[in-house]
Design a protein around this ligand. Structure first.
Ligand SMILES: Cc1cc2nc3c(=O)[nH]c(=O)nc-3n(C[C@H](O)[C@H](O)[C@H](O)COP(=O)(O)O)c2cc1C
Length: 338
């Protein structure tokens, strides 16, 4: 497919489309990451809940499943961060995304010893500045609409990319609330060079998520409000509304302390949801754009659909912009009068 969205993010990673699959705990294992890379995007292994042996195993699998570039996502607050960084250095992984915490701790080592291209996932301009001081090669700007852990700063994608664009002219990948071509185009108008999606890549044929998670993700909700933010005052997270998430939201309103809510949240709720498909005990991370995840598709179908829609929307906006002003005014007035 010919397309008009070749940007410097494509050159930075050596990929066809500026579409990154965000690293996802439990969910983005080798088969999913390889499928995204094979489809022309950038697949990313989510290592934050992997043991060191699992990280090695997934890296080995990637060698068999794709010859395309792929990335590794490392959570800097994972208990096994040190071991994962060591493996990434040993294997000289070329593309690394760090997330959570300050990238300064590992940036120098990763860049010098692994020789990798390093990006950090950041939800705020303040942290973006720290990332730049640490020497990252680009930023993933993740807005409040996103799935999973989000920032208490509550900055939406609509605001975040232009805020950071004011002081940074390097590669920016926008994340959070983007699942369609129209949203991708909007992100690029705001100043992004590419997009990162998590929610959209949960319900895909090559994924390992539990069928219930995929079903809940694709289920249409007439309220258009499928997700909720829980633990708002203490490491907020966004997920599909479910018994546990609803209870945590209620507890917050009833004035329970962050520690009491955190105790209910526990450590493995996302595994109970994503992998075990336990509706009552699990948390099912999802972003605000989950409404647009309407059926389970292959990664290639997802990417082709998004690029196709972005192309059509760009053509529509360009045609609208190139109409003579008087004709446009008349058309708008006629529409307003209807
Ligand atoms: C199940 C799930 C697990 C996630 N785990 C991680 C993670 O371990 N590290 C990380 O940086 N981001 C994680 N994310 C966030 C995604 O990488 C991505 O940035 C985010 O989903 C983008 O917003 P969207 O959901 O609106 O597309 C996760 C998202 C999901 C859906």
């Amino acid at each position: 497919m010919n397309h008009r969205f070749h940007t410097r993010v494509c050159d930075l990673f050596g990929i066809r489309y500026p579409i990154v699959q965000g690293g996802m705990a439990w969910v983005s294992l080798a088969p999913l990451a390889a499928a995204v890379s094979n489809a022309g995007g950038l697949g990313v292994l989510g290592t934050s809940t992997m043991t060191p042996a699992e990280v090695r195993q997934n890296l080995d699998m990637m060698k068999d499943l794709t010859d395309k570039p792929f990335g590794v996502n490392i959570s800097l607050i994972s208990p096994t961060v040190e071991e994962t960084v060591q493996i990434v250095i040993e294997r000289k992984c070329p593309i690394v995304f760090t997330a959570a915490g300050n990238p300064k701790t590992y940036a120098k080592r990763l860049k010098q010893e692994a020789g990798c291209t390093l990006l950090h996932v950041t939800p705020s301009p303040r942290l973006a500045q720290k990332c730049l001081e640490a020497g990252v090669d680009g930023l993933v700007l993740e807005g409040w609409e996103a799935a999973g852990h989000i920032s208490a700063d509550e900055i939406t994608s609509m605001a975040l990319t232009p805020l950071v664009r004011e002081f940074y002219d390097g590669p920016i990948i926008a994340a959070g609330g983007i699942s369609t071509g129209r949203q991708m185009l909007a992100a690029m108008v705001l100043g992004a060079d590419g997009i990162q999606m998590g929610t959209r890549f949960v319900a895909v044929k090559e994924g390992n998520s539990h069928p219930l998670y995929m079903e809940l993700m694709t289920r249409q909700d007439p309220s258009y409000a499928k997700t909720a933010v829980y633990c708002k005052r203490y490491h907020p997270g966004r997920a599909l509304k479910s018994p546990i998430v609803n209870r945590m939201v209620e507890m917050e309103m009833e004035g329970y302390s962050p520690q009491e809510i955190q105790a209910l949240r526990g450590l493995r709720r996302a595994k109970f949801g994503c992998i075990d498909g336990d509706l009552n005990e699990g948390v099912f991370p999802a972003g605000m754009s989950s409404h647009f995840v309407k059926r389970v598709m292959t990664c290639q179908e997802v990417i082709d659909e998004i690029i196709g829609e972005a192309e059509r929307e760009l053509a529509r906006v360009s045609a609208w912009m190139s109409r003579p002003t008087a004709a446009r005014d008349a058309a708008e007035n006629a529409q307003a009068a209807e």
